[in-house]
Every structure is written in C-alpha cells, then in structure tokens.
Design a protein around this ligand. Structure first.
Ligand SMILES: [Fe+2]
Length: 265
C-alpha cells in the first residue's frame, strides 16, 4: 500500500489560504503545525487525488446507526432485501452526503438536529434533505419492531382520548399514508400538552425540529415498500401498522416529552 499522507481540506474556512491543500507526511506533523483537531483532517493517499475515507481514529461527525433488528425481522411486511437496500443504501447515502456537506465547516461537530435546523434556517435544501432524511430513517427503524404488543398506560389513555381507540389510530395512520401525495412521512405526534395527532410531512420534511414531539413514523416513499408490495402502498401500511409498530418506542418518546435524539457517533 502506498504511504499515507495527510492533506488540509481545501474548503476549510481558514484565513491562511497557503495552508489549503498542503500536504504533510504524518498525522503528528499536521496537528503540531496547524493545531488542528482530528475531525478537521481528510485522509488520502499519495498516488490519488480523490478523497478517501477517514482513518478509524477520526470519528465521523454523524453516525450511521445499525438496524435495531435483523434484516428479515419484519418479513413479510418488509422483506430482507428491502431493509438491506433501504438501510444499507438509502439511509447510508443520506448520512454520507450529510457528512460530506458539513466536513470542514462550523457544523462539523454539531448534532444532527442542529444541522437540520441550520439548513432549514438558511434555506440550504441539499443539506436539509440529506440531514433530515438521516434523522427520519433512524427514527423510522425504531418505530418498528419484530412483534407488536399494543400500547398501554399513559400512551394508551392519550390514544383513546385523541382517536377513540387504538384501532381508530391505526386506521388513521393507514388512511393518511395511503392518501399522502407522492413521497413523505406519516407521524404520530404529541403537542406540548400531550395531545396526540397524526401528522404528514412531504419529501424529507421532518418533525425532528419544530413544535411537535414525534412518537413514531412510517416512511411512505416508494423505496420503503415497492419490492414487497409493488405500488400498493396501502398493503404495506396495513402490514406494518397492524403487526410491527414499536409501541414501547412511542411510549418512551411520549413519556420523555421532548424530541428523540439521533445517536451520536
Ligand atoms: Fe426511506
């Protein structure tokens, strides 16, 4: 293998332009001369000009969390091939693109929630889409479980108060998801008084920021169900909402009363 070199990231906002793109022969040298933190460095090889993965000693700013269950755990509602692609390709791509966008910027060490909020505030659509989709998918994996026991306690009381019954809530999630135009997300959410509602967001829209506390979500992008149910979105929604809702996760979010935090790297 070629000898490893270190390069100062060209787009880093340094006042000393002469440092940008400069090469150094050791990790120690770049830290000593530039007084940098490891996360500000990009790992590359002498014979290549393209950026390579960071070495293991440098943490990624945003984590790519594992699925909380096996790929076949939700089958046949959601099959193994769907989860391998949806998690391993789609979700990973959103995380990778978010990390690439924040690298060397003042958001490099920010939480994912802060990145989403900043992208929304500044109208950075590319960063918003990738960061919000990173958050939405991690939240979605936890919103489902291999088996579903049904809600209880305070969450059950809140569901009955808002919708009349658990069955009525499930039907509302299904109808909202089936009727949602094009891509997006359907959510069960609580307001600051603990009152529940079913919400919809379009495309990468998220409840990770804003006034509602999301309790669970269902992905209604076509990539979530096409391999298992072709274009019949209602079949996917029925299979998931009647057999795989993680009510324990929803109850934890309801009890906490504040928005779930994306896992750190
Ligand atoms: Fe998705």
């Amino acid at each position: 293998m070629s000898e490893a070199f270190w390069q100062f990231p060209a787009r880093h906002g340094t006042p000393d332009a002469a440092r940008e793109g400069a090469w150094y022969t050791s990790e120690r040298e770049i830290y000593a001369k530039l007084q940098l933190e490891p996360a500000q460095c990009v790992y590359t090889y002498e014979h290549e000009t393209t950026k390579r993965d960071r070495p293991r000693s440098l943490k990624m700013a945003i984590a790519f969390p594992d699925l909380p269950y096996a790929h076949d755990a939700l089958s046949p509602a959601i099959g193994s091939e769907t989860l391998q692609t949806h998690h391993g390709k789609h979700h990973k791509a959103y995380v990778d693109k978010t990390n690439a966008a924040i690298e060397g910027t003042d958001l490099a060490d920010a939480s994912l929630e802060s990145i989403i909020a900043k992208a929304d505030e500044t109208g950075n659509a590319g960063l918003f889409n990738n960061s919000a989709q990173s958050w939405n998918h991690a939240f979605y994996w936890h919103s489902m479980a291999p088996t579903s026991e049904g809600p209880s306690g305070d969450l059950l009381d809140a569901i009955n108060a808002a919708f009349g019954s658990v069955d009525a809530l499930v039907e509302k999630l299904q109808s909202a998801g089936a009727g949602h135009f094009a891509s997006g997300w359907v959510w069960l959410a609580a307001d600051s008084d603990g009152k529940l509602s079913v919400e919809e967001t379009h495309d990468a829209g998220t409840l990770a920021i804003g006034g509602k506390n999301p309790l669970l979500t269902l992905d209604v992008w076509e990539h979530a169900y096409y391999l298992d149910h072709k274009n019949v979105r209602p079949d996917y929604l029925k299979a998931v909402s009647t057999g795989h809702i993680n009510w324990d996760f929803a109850a934890e979010n309801y009890k906490r009363g504040s928005i779930w935090s994306y896992p750190s790297a």
